[in-house]
Write a protein that binds this ligand. Structure first.
Ligand code: HEC
Ligand code: HEC
Length: 254
């Protein structure tokens, strides 16, 4: 599937909860969304936000019951069991990565083998069992953006941090990025503007140390439903320096 073909397929009406989430480009209203008006990086980041929370981005409601494919013995709200990230993880490695904290369940499948893979192949896999998504949440353009993300948006977790999640980078350069691009919202101590995932503390230092894969995914792709940047355009070394600096913030918050 060529990018051009996908782009033509994106000429649809998108609920703009999606685009509002990607940086308040437009108001929170429905509007015609011509994907040709955007670059690939933006579409990949939108795919990353869909992967994070499909329901917020498509402005649809998840099924009320738990996802039957999600392990029954893992405590999680019914809604969350339908998020891609809940099974495949913030590092896309499933049970081989940070999802291991939920046990070695075969529901937690890695997606790393699909880096660079054909978009149509990935789209077919998203459409197949064990994924039983309501059609309203999964129109073709949504599946295609997810496929774009999975093929082109995965970062190399192991190249970025060690096994414990510690990032070794140039914190002086990381500070420059933080102070120039992040501090207006998150404030010098990194404690402003954060709600985060369930169980998170409201501190960028804490999140970067204790949920480094989640932090990197959100820094690269943005946060569904929030006015957060998507800085996946930075070079991998810049992301490394930035996250290394974030890990030094607010050290007393353990
Ligand atoms: C309840 C857990 C669960 C959720 C939620 C989930 N998946 Fe999966 N996914 C799986 C499992 C299990 C497989 C492996 C299926 C198989 O090979 O039989 C899989 C396979 C895949 C594959 C193919 C992997 C490969 O190498 O063949 C892709 C792509 C994928 N999922 C994407 C997604 C996307 C995108 C979402 C969100 C819209 C999602 N998944 C949500 C469990 C889940
Ligand atoms: C325009 C304001 C704004 C700017 C600028 C901004 N952010 Fe955010 N950021 C947010 C908001 C809003 C959230 C979502 C709050 C929530 O729901 O937790 C967020 C969330 C995050 C999260 C997710 C935290 C979690 O708990 O998962 C991280 C990490 C983050 N920001 C880092 C950064 C970094 C690094 C920069 C600079 C490159 C930055 N932010 C710039 C507003 C901003």
């Amino acid at each position: 599937m060529a990018i051009r073909a996908i782009r033509a397929a994106f000429l649809v009406t998108v609920t703009i909860a999606a685009l509002a989430a990607s940086g308040t480009l437009f108001g929170a209203e429905k509007m015609e969304f011509d994907v040709d008006a955007f670059g690939e990086r933006f579409i990949v980041a939108l795919g990353g936000k869909l992967y994070d929370n499909l329901w917020v981005i498509t402005d649809t409601t998840p099924p009320a019951e738990r996802n039957p494919s999600f392990p029954q013995d893992v405590a999680m709200s019914a809604e969350e069991t339908w998020r891609c990230v809940s099974c495949h993880g913030w590092d896309y490695k499933g049970a081989a990565g940070e999802r291991a904290k939920f046990g070695a369940n075969t529901a937690f499948r890695s997606l790393k083998q699909l880096v660079g893979a054909d978009l149509e192949l990935i789209a077919g896999k998203i459409r197949r069992a064990p994924h039983e998504y309501p059609d309203a949440a999964m129109p073709d353009f949504v599946v295609e953006m997810l496929a774009m993300f999975i093929s082109r948006g995965q970062y190399d977790r192991d190249g970025l941090m060690n096994e414990a999640g510690k990032v070794a980078g140039d914190t002086t350069r990381g500070r420059d990025i933080f102070e120039g691009a992040c501090m207006t919202c998150h404030q010098p101590d990194g404690r402003a503007y954060l709600i985060g995932e369930k169980g998170d503390r409201s501190s960028l230092g804490w999140v970067a140390r204790n949920r480094p894969e989640q932090a990197v995914h959100k820094i690269r792709n943005g946060v569904p439903g929030a006015e957060m940047l998507a800085v996946g355009f930075l070079e991998p070394e810049q992301i490394r320096d930035l996250v290394a600096f974030l890990q030094t913030l607010d050290p007393d918050e353990r």
